[in-house]
Every structure is written in C-alpha cells, then in structure tokens.
Design a protein around this ligand. Structure first.
Ligand code: ZN
Length: 174
C-alpha cells in the first residue's frame, strides 16, 4: 500500500524545491499532496536566538490528520539542541527545515540538487519516525539522526539491513 504524505509549506518556500521534492517522493512510491501555504506560528519565534521552536510548530500541525510534514526555510531548534533539521512524532506530524541544507549556509557554492537530496533523506527519516521506527546507530542508514549536513550526505538513502528486517516485522512498508 502506498503511504500518503501531506506536505504543508510554512512561510515562504521555493517553488522549485517543492516540485523536486514531490517528484523524488513520488519516485519512492509515496502519494504526495502539497497543501496551500500556512504562516509559521508567531509564538514559535525565539527573538533572542533568532530561531524557531520546532515543538511549537509541531503543536500547531497536530490538529491536521494524516502524515503531515511542515516544510520551512527558517532555522529550527528544539529543547536543548542548538538547531535541528527536523523533529517528527510517532503517529503525529513533523516539521523539516531546509535552512541548513543549502550549501550557501556553509559559504559553499549554491547547489540545488545537493539541497534536495539532503531534504529527501531528512523527510524519509521523519516518515520512518512517524511510522514508529526507532533511530538507528548506523550512520549510513536512513533512520540515523543527522546532526550536520555531512551526516546527511554520508547516508546512502537506504535503510540498513537491521532496519529493513524491523520494518518488515512491524509491517511497515517504506
Ligand atoms: Zn538502520
């Protein structure tokens, strides 16, 4: 059965990124719906950090049904972490930020494809978490939590053998 993913653009999002994302996720056999733009909740902005609290954003998405993924280009943090690429809840929504996925953030040349590859890997990690998969210690595995752009690049876009077996045992089809 194909899994349905509902992408909610939060704030300003690049149209080309959305189109590329939709194409790549469809290739991976998801049904992808892109919703109309929503505003980022003002209460999520931490004025002193100049970052947005990912937990507050997820709270506002929780009222929507389905596999909801908020997509934003603002910088996210969560709890004690300096920044996060995303947070995702089991059986709940997730929020993902492209802010630190763009090579220009690291004073590198713009590279659209690199950014989209990083984004797709992070979204697949979120979908796994939403489906009830645990984080995985293997750095190449999709279910490994990425703490840097390098971590994302190191992943090969697949689950490790153990995670694949676990998915099958749990009846999860990713
Ligand atoms: Zn794994």
């Amino acid at each position: 059965m194909k899994l349905e993913l509902d992408i909610i653009p939060l704030g300003e999002n690049n149209r080309d990124v959305m189109d590329a994302l939709k194409r790549d996720l469809k290739e991976k056999n998801f049904i992808v719906r892109i919703f109309g733009r929503m505003n980022i909740p003002k209460t999520s902005l931490n004025f002193y950090r100049k970052q947005y609290d990912a937990d507050v954003i997820v709270d506002t998405l929780r009222k929507m049904r389905g596999n909801v993924i908020g997509l934003t280009n603002v910088d996210l943090y969560a709890k004690s972490l300096n920044f996060v690429f995303s947070i995702a809840e089991y059986d709940g929504p997730s929020v993902v930020s492209t802010y630190r996925m763009n090579p220009t953030f690291y004073q590198e040349k713009p590279n659209f494809d690199v950014m989209v590859q990083r984004l797709v890997k992070e979204i697949l990690y979120c979908v796994g978490r939403m489906q009830g998969l645990n984080e995985c210690p293997h750095p190449k595995c999709l279910m490994h939590r990425s703490r840097s752009a390098g971590d994302l690049d190191f992943k090969n876009g697949n689950f490790c053998k153990e995670c694949e077996i676990n998915n099958t045992l749990k009846g999860i089809n990713l």
